[in-house]
Design a protein around this ligand. Sequence first.
Ligand SMILES: [Zn+2]
Length: 282
Amino acid sequence: MTKHVRDPRLDERERDAQAPAPAPEVPQIAYEPGGQPNRSVAARAALARGYGNQAVGRILARDPNPELEAVKKVGHKTGAEVDTALDASPFFKPLIADGVKAGKKADGHVHIHDAATFQTKCVAYLSGKQNPNTGAVFTDDEAKEFAKNVNAYQEGKEIHVHEERGEAATTVHESMHLFANDKWLPKVGFNANEGTTEYFTKKLCAELKLTRGGYYADQYAAVKALVDYVGETYVAEAYFEGKLDELEAAVDKKAGEAGAGTFGKWLGYMKASKYAEAKALT
Ligand SMILES: [Zn+2]
């Protein structure tokens, strides 16, 4: 999530973490909201993702020109394209080598749907899960309405994307998640995970000369500061290879004589969405 070319459609992504933890027995959703998401949504849906193009949808809806009402495909990168890009990257290839050997790949896991199919599948996905806006299980009507503002969602290792929503790199970000080490997310939590995923998304997009908007701006900025502080290799090996102890030791060492526990504090601030405090440590 660097500030590269900023997509004017996407001025929402700031997030709060004020919402109470949801009831654990109701499954939560992992999705990318479009438009202006409720600022509590991401915090309540621990795996929520945030992108938006509702503004474009509104503009198109207002415009009587039939050409503008035609399907506007984003041109999402396919899973196979992301695999190829990672394999061709001197930076990424060694980092994901063990994961690839173990069967990790994006090909076959990125499903790009037309509008009607996406709506049907998304509503089915939401059914029985917790509505982050109410804290209760989605009603059928709520699910239908909610799905209109979802760009993509992830169910297990399967990524489902609306062909007209988000941007081409949306699937790069989503695919990157698939290559993270299994130890990563449980240790670092939602915000640090999204910020780090976005950091590597931007890196791969830069290699591909693919525009990437300012997604997860706060999370990204905090992770970027961590990378600048401790070095990219530690963060990359923690994310892709599960070397979390090494990252922790490196951060604490970098913080000097009284530095023990610094990484733990950083994680705590990230989990609480206290990005300024997290950045102040690095
Ligand atoms: Zn993500």
